[in-house]
Every structure is written in structure tokens, then in C-alpha cells.
Design a protein around this ligand. Structure first.
Ligand SMILES: [Fe+2]
Ligand SMILES: [Fe+2]
Length: 348
């Protein structure tokens, strides 16, 4: 097992990826210049839940709030032209989420905790079971690369939610985040554990190294968290999403760790997943009862938003799992081919 230190690559900044359509063409062209006004491509109708061009554009807009990109002026982060584009992309994405996942029966039920438990217990596509029982090493590496889009910034999107919570809700969110960020030990930050997994599989663990290969359906699962975190009006959705994510994480990660052991991978690879079996069997209760419980005690009118966040996250995560399983069933890699512009742009 290699040392679990925080190496220099942890602090490296990614370069802008290749554009995937007219929106990212225009956006990336602007970002390589001085901050200023720019016009961006309008509308081609694509599925705003998965569209490659839309989700890469949104991912890059959000990334300016995390670490930015090498060669991109940091002043772009809050530039009004950038905010305008981000707003249009978010509008399309959120409308599609509400249309697809916002009208479920669950949203009418008064017992939010019971409903969240029901959402968490829904059986989605059997991705982690497949990884446990059937996946080959190539598929496992595919999966680890796909998840790197989020896992290398794990828990960062939820940190935006901290100042938006008060009292017991803030304490509960902080309790979870403290663990995610290593409980005072930089080498135990979950994103760092994930980099150890990537190292063990011979992958490039630098932040953003695989962005060009990661398709829209996976980027969407990261964008939903950034969107929930960055909008105070969506704080209920952030809490609901976090609750179901924590409630479903321990079992899924256990199955992935078992799959890795079946493939002969050792503790450096499985450490991230093993850690989540332990951590998330505590986080789930904190998120469900302490965080969501306090959010609703403080503002009962957020109940529908809590359930929307949970349903939207579960639905989108299920779509991404289905995407991977379908690609593998066809014998295809799930990753994009670099340089290939796929999908349609869809800024409304
Ligand atoms: Fe974690
Ligand atoms: Fe967790």
C-alpha cells in the first residue's frame, strides 16, 4: 500500500477540456480571453438531463467556483456574462429535473422521513451489484474514472450549503462534512482516499485529468449537487439529496469494494469504499434525522423541496447507472472518445 500523503498532484489545476458542441465552443473561446461580454450559441433541443454540451458547459461554469482552470482568468468566476449563461443552463436543467422527477406521488406525502426512506429503498439499476459480481478490470477502471468527476471534489458542493443552514441543521451538516474532509487529517480526506484508489488502478488521479472522457449523464450527477449547493432557495433539495445519497452509499460502496477484491485489488484500491461502509452508516442517520429533521422543524414549507432533491438525485443517479450498464452490455467502453463532439447543445 502506498503512503497516504497529500501529494503535489492534489493541488494541480485542470486545463479546459475540448468543446462538445456550439455552447462549449463559444464558452471556452470566451474563457481563454480576457473577461468580457460574449454571446453564446442558442438552442438545439437536447435532453437537458444528459446533454453533453449543456452539462460540460455547466460543469465548467461551476468549476470556476471550485478550483478554476489553468489559463482561465479567475475574474470570470463572477462575470455577469458568465452568470447569464450559467443561469440559462441551470434553468433548462432544473426545469427538466422538475418535469421528470418533481411530480411523483411521494411529493404529496406528509411524512417526509418515511418518504425519504422509501425513496432510498427503491431499487435502481443494479450497478454496484454488477461491479461486485461481474465487472472485469476494464469496466472497474471505467467506473472509477467516471466517478472521479465527483469523488475528487467529494463533499465540496455541500460545503456551499453550510452558511445557508442554521442551528441544528448547520451542526448536522458540519458533522458530516468534517468526516468527509478527513476529521482533521488531510490524508483521510475522502477525495484523497479516492486518488489512492485511482493510483492503485494505474489511473491518473490529478484533479480533472479525465474531464474530456466523462459524458453528460455523469457530469449531470455532479452538476445537480453544485446547483443545489450554490442556490440558497434549493437548500431543502440539498438536504434531501444528501440524506438519500448517504442512506444508499454504505451498501453500494461495500459491493464495489467486494468487486475490487474479487478482481485481486488490495487495500489501496478499496480504502475509499471500505471507509464509506463505516462512515455512511453513521452519516445516513445524521443526514436523515438531524439535518433534514432540523431543516423541516425550522421551515416546514421546505418539505416538498426536500423530497424533490431526493427524487431528482435518485432519478439522475439511476439514469447514470443505466447508462454505464447499457454501454457495457453492448461491449462498449462508457467513456467518451477524446476529440469526438457528441450530443447536441441545448441552451434555451
Ligand atoms: Fe465520503
Ligand atoms: Fe458520507
Amino acid at each position: 500500500m502506498s503512503s497516504a500523503s497529500v501529494g503535489p498532484s492534489e493541488h494541480e489545476i485542470a486545463v479546459l477540456p475540448e468543446p462538445r458542441g456550439p455552447v462549449t465552443e463559444d464558452l471556452f473561446h470566451a474563457l481563454t480571453g480576457r473577461p468580457g461580454d460574449f454571446t453564446c450559441a442558442q438552442v438545439v433541443e437536447g435532453d437537458a438531463l444528459v446533454d453533453d454540451d449543456l452539462h460540460l458547459a455547466l460543469y465548467v461554469c461551476y468549476e470556476l467556483h471550485y478550483r478554476g482552470f489553468s489559463g482561465v482568468d479567475d475574474r470570470w468566476e463572477w462575470h455577469p456574462a458568465l452568470m447569464r449563461l450559467r443561469g440559462r443552463l441551470e434553468e433548462r436543467f432544473e426545469a427538466a429535473l422538475r418535469e421528470r422527477f418533481g411530480g411523483s406521488e411521494a411529493l404529496d406525502k406528509p411524512d417526509v422521513v418515511a418518504t425519504l426512506t422509501g425513496i432510498a429503498n427503491q431499487s435502481g439499476p443494479p450497478l454496484s451489484r454488477y461491479l461486485r459480481d461481474d465487472a472485469g478490470l476494464a469496466e472497474m477502471r471505467d467506473y472509477v474514472i467516471q466517478r472521479s468527476a465527483y469523488q475528487l471534489k467529494e463533499a465540496d458542493p455541500h460545503a456551499w450549503g453550510i452558511p445557508r443552514m442554521t442551528g441544528k441543521a448547520k451542526t448536522a451538516l458540519l458533522e458530516i462534512e468534517f468526516d468527509e474532509f478527513g476529521s482533521g487529517r488531510a490524508e483521510r480526506i475522502h477525495a484523497v482516499l479516492y486518488r489512492n484508489t485511482m493510483d492503485a488502478l494505474g489511473l491518473d488521479g490529478r484533479y480533472g485529468a479525465y474531464l474530456d472522457l466523462i459524458p453528460g449523464p455523469i457530469l449531470a450527477t455532479v452538476n445537480i449537487m453544485s446547483m443545489f449547493g450554490l442556490h440558497r432557495r434549493l437548500r431543502g433539495a440539498l438536504a434531501g439529496h444528501l440524506a438519500v445519497a448517504e442512506m444508499t452509499s454504505a451498501l453500494a460502496n461495500k459491493q464495489v469494494a467486494e468487486g475490487m477484491r474479487r478482481l485481486g485489488l488490495g487495500r489501496q484500491a478499496t480504502g475509499f469504499f471500505d471507509e464509506h461502509v463505516i462512515a455512511d452508516s453513521v452519516h445516513d442517520m445524521i443526514a436523515l434525522h438531524d439535518l433534514v429533521g432540523a431543516v423541516l422543524e425550522q421551515d416546514p414549507s421546505l418539505a416538498a423541496e426536500v423530497l424533490f432533491g431526493a427524487s431528482a438525485w435518485t432519478g439522475l443517479d439511476g439514469m447514470s447507472a443505466e447508462y454505464l450498464l447499457n454501454r457495457w452490455a453492448e461491449g462498449d467502453p462508457s467513456l467518451r472518445t477524446p476529440g469526438r463532439a457528441a450530443g447536441t447543445s441545448s441552451v434555451g
